[in-house]
Design a protein around this ligand. Structure first.
Ligand code: ADP
Ligand code: MG
Length: 561
C-alpha cells in the first residue's frame, strides 16, 4: 500500500498549533503522556491475553523502553503492548480521543486571549500530541497484537500526517520524537540526557506497574551491560501511608482519571481478614462534563494481586458515587473473572458496601474539618449524591447528614436539614420546600407568598432529582418534608388566620363565583378554592398532595409519558 496523506481534524489542528508554539514551561510532561499510553497498551494486552481473544499475541517480558540518541537528537518510547491496526492509528491518533483534551479545547474557545490558553495546557491531560511541545516531527511505528501488518505514522504537526503499511514492525508501538534544536543556554531541557530522563520518569511515572527501561551505555570494553530500570513499580496502595507523598498520589490519580488537576481528597482503605483488599480512592475537585450522560464511564480499576484486570469495574461503587476514581486491589479473586460474574460476586458486593460507607464518612469528616472545601465538593457532586437518597436506603441518613440545600433564610448559605429543624418556629411541624428550575423562579412563585409573609423558611431545590428524593425520603427527624406547591394547607392558620366559621361564611359568599370558574376551567383544573396562602398574587395553581408537582409533571411529559 502506498503512503497516504491525511489532514488532521479541525480540533486536532487547533491543539497541535498550540503545542508547537507552546511557551508552556513544563514541557517535561510529554514523557509522562507517552509512558502513560505505553502502560495502557500493556494493560490492554494483558487483558486480551487473559480473555484469550487475541490469538497470536506475544506476551513475554512486557515492558516500556526509553531510548535516546543525542547525535541524531531523537527520543524513542517503545512498548510491546497491544499496538494499533492501520485503521486504529488513523482513528485514535488522528483525532481528539482524550476527554481531557476535548475539555481543554472547549475551555480554549472560551478563553479570551492566547495567554489564558497557555495556562490551560498545564491543567489538562494533553496526551499524545504533547510530544510536539519538544519535537518538530513525530514518527510512530506500531503493530497490533495478533496481526501481521504494521503501520507507520508520521507528522510534523502542521496539518497533515502520513500513514503507510510496514512489514517488519515488532508487536506494540514505538514513538520517536525528532527533538527541536537544543537550547545551548538551557541544558536542563536536553531530553536526550539520561539524567533528565531518569528524573522525569521518577517524578511522574514511578508507580507504573510495568518496567520502564533505559539501555545502559556500552562499557569501555565494548560489552553491553543490562538495561537500567527507572521506576520502582511499587503500587502506592501497597506501601505504607507515611511512605507515599501527596505528589505521588496525585500522579496516580492523573494517570487513571485523565484529569490534569490534583484530586480534592484521597481516601485509603485496607481490609484485613478472610477477604483481603486495598483501596485507594480519589474525590475529584471538578465534575466531568459528561457525568450525567449515558456515555459516562464509571468504575474503579480492579487489580488482583497487583495485576490490572479491569479498567472500569462498575460493581465496586453504587451509581451515585460514580464520580469517585481509584483502585481496588483484591487478593482472592480469579484473574479472568468476567464483568457479569463480578456483578453477582458476594465479595465484590461486600467491597461496595464498605467503600460506600468509607466515602460517605470521608465526606462527613471533610464537612466538619473544612466546610468550605466540602461546599465546593457539594456544588460539583451534590446532584449525583442526592440520587443515593432514593436508591440507597441503607445509607440515607449518612447522605442526609451532609446534604446541604439553598434556603430562603440566606442567599449564599446553604443549610442541612438538621440546621433547618433547629430553626423551625414553634408550632411548625413540617419542613417546607419548593422545587423549580432556578432559585429565582422559585422565589418568584406565588406559592412562596404566604411563607414569606409569615417568615417561614423554605428550602429551594433546583436539581431535577430533588422532587424524587424529597418524595422518597418523606420525613426527617420526625418532621414531614412538604412541598409548598402541594395540597391544601394554610401556613398561618393558627396565628391570626380565619376561624372555621369565618371561612365557611366566605366560602358561601363566593360559592357562585367559584362554581362559575370551575365550569369555565373544567378541562384545566380539578377544583377551584378560596385560599389564604396568597398575599399579593390573585390566584395560583396547586397540586393535590398526592399529585405530581409541576416540575415532575413536565419532566414526565418531556419523557413522553
Ligand atoms: P488518551 O491516552 O487519553 O486516550 P492520547 O492522546 O494519549 O489520549 O492517546 C490517544 C489514543 O491513541 C489512546 O487512547 C490509544 O488508543 C492510542 N494510543 C496512544 N499511544 C498508544 C500506544 N503506545 N499503544 C497503543 N495505543 C496507543
Ligand atoms: Mg494518553
Amino acid at each position: 500500500m502506498p503512503t497516504e496523506t491525511f489532514e488532521f481534524q479541525v480540533e486536532a489542528r487547533q491543539l497541535l498549533r498550540l503545542m508547537i508554539h507552546s511557551v508552556y514551561s513544563n514541557k517535561d510532561v510529554f514523557l509522562r503522556e507517552l509512558v502513560s499510553n505505553a502502560s495502557d497498551a500493556l494493560d490492554k494486552l494483558r487483558l486480551a491475553v487473559l480473555r484469550g481473544d487475541t490469538p497470536g499475541a506475544e506476551n513475554s517480558d512486557p515492558h516500556i523502553e526509553i531510548e535516546a540518541d543525542s547525535d541524531a537528537r531523537t527520543l524513542t518510547v517503545r512498548d510491546n503492548g497491544i499496538g494499533m491496526s492501520y485503521d486504529e492509528v488513523g482513528r485514535l491518533i488522528g483525532t481528539i480521543a482524550n476527554s481531557g483534551t476535548a475539555e481543554l479545547l472547549r475551555e480554549l474557545r472560551d478563553a479570551e486571549d492566547a495567554s489564558g490558553a497557555e495556562g490551560l495546557i498545564g491543567q489538562f491531560g494533553v496526551g499524545f500530541y504533547s510530544g510536539f511541545m519538544v519535537a518538530d516531527r513525530m514518527t510512530l511505528v506500531t503493530r497490533r497484537a495478533g496481526e501481521e501488518q504494521g503501520t507507520r505514522w508520521s507528522s510534523d504537526g502542521e496539518g497533515t500526517y502520513t500513514l503507510e503499511s510496514v512489514d517488519d514492525a515488532p508487536q506494540g508501538t514505538s514513538v520517536t520524537l525528532h527533538l527541536k534544536p537544543a537550547d545551548p543556554d538551557n541544558q536542563l531541557h536536553d531530553y536526550t540526557s539520561p539524567w533528565k530522563i531518569r528524573e522525569i520518569v521518577k517524578r511522574y511515572s514511578d508507580f507504573i506497574t510495568w518496567p520502564i527501561r533505559m539501555p545502559a551505555q556500552p562499557g569501555e570494553d565494548g560489552s553491553t551491560p543490562e538495561p537500567e530500570t527507572l521506576n520502582s513499580m511499587k503500587a502506592l496502595w501497597a506501601r505504607s501511608r507515611e511512605e507515599v507523598s501527596d505528589d505521588e498520589y496525585h500522579e496516580l490519580y492523573k494517570h487513571i482519571s485523565h484529569d490534569w488537576r490534583p484530586p480534592l481528597e484521597t481516601v485509603r482503605f485496607q481490609a484485613e481478614g478472610t477477604f483481603e483488599y486495598q483501596a485507594l480512592l480519589f474525590l475529584p475537585e471538578h465534575a466531568p462534563h459528561d457525568l450525567f450522560t449515558q456515555g459516562y464511564q464509571r468504575g474503579l480499576q480492579l487489580y488482583v494481586k497487583r495485576v490490572l484486570i479491569m479498567d472500569d469495574c462498575e460493581a465496586l461503587l453504587p451509581p451515585y458515587l460514580r464520580f469517585v476514581k481509584g483502585v481496588v486491589d483484591a487478593q482472592d479473586l480469579s484473574l479472568n473473572v468476567s464483568r457479569e460474574i463480578l456483578q453477582q460476586d458476594r465479595h465484590i458486593r461486600m467491597i461496595q458496601r464498605r467503600l460506600t460507607k468509607k466515602v460517605l464518612s470521608a465526606l462527613k469528616d471533610m464537612k466538619t474539618a473544612d466546610a468550605e472545601r466540602f461546599a465546593g465538593l457539594w456544588r460539583e457532586f451534590g446532584a449525583v449524591l442526592k440520587e443515593g437518597l432514593i436508591t440507597d436506603t441503607e445509607n440515607r441518613d449518612a447522605i442526609l447528614a451532609v446534604a446541604t440545600f439553598a434556603s430562603t433564610r440566606a442567599d449564599d448559605e446553604p443549610t442541612t436539614l438538621e440546621q433547618y429543624v433547629e430553626r423551625m418556629k414553634d408550632g411548625q411541624d413540617d419542613i417546607f420546600y419548593l422545587t423549580g428550575e432556578s432559585r429565582q423562579s422559585i422565589e418568584n412563585s406565588p406559592h412562596m407568598e404566604a411563607f414569606r409573609a409569615r417568615g417561614l423558611e423554605v428550602l429551594l431545590l433546583t436539581d431535577p432529582v430533588d422532587e424524587v428524593w424529597a418524595d422518597a425520603v418523606g420525613e426527617f427527624g420526625g418532621k414531614r418534608l412538604r412541598s409548598v406547591a402541594k395540597g391544601e394547607f394554610d401556613p398561618g392558620a393558627d396565628d391570626g388566620g380565619e376561624t372555621g366559621k369565618e371561612r365557611e361564611k366566605r366560602d358561601e359568599e363566593y360559592a357562585d363565583l367559584l362554581g362559575w370558574m370551575k365550569e369555565q376551567l373544567a378541562d384545566e383544573v380539578k377544583d377551584v378554592r378560596l385560599s389564604s396562602r396568597l398575599t399579593v398574587s390573585p390566584a395560583c395553581v396547586v397540586s393535590d398532595a398526592h399529585d405530581l408537582t409541576p416540575a415532575l409533571e413536565s419532566m414526565y411529559r418531556a419523557m413522553g409519558q
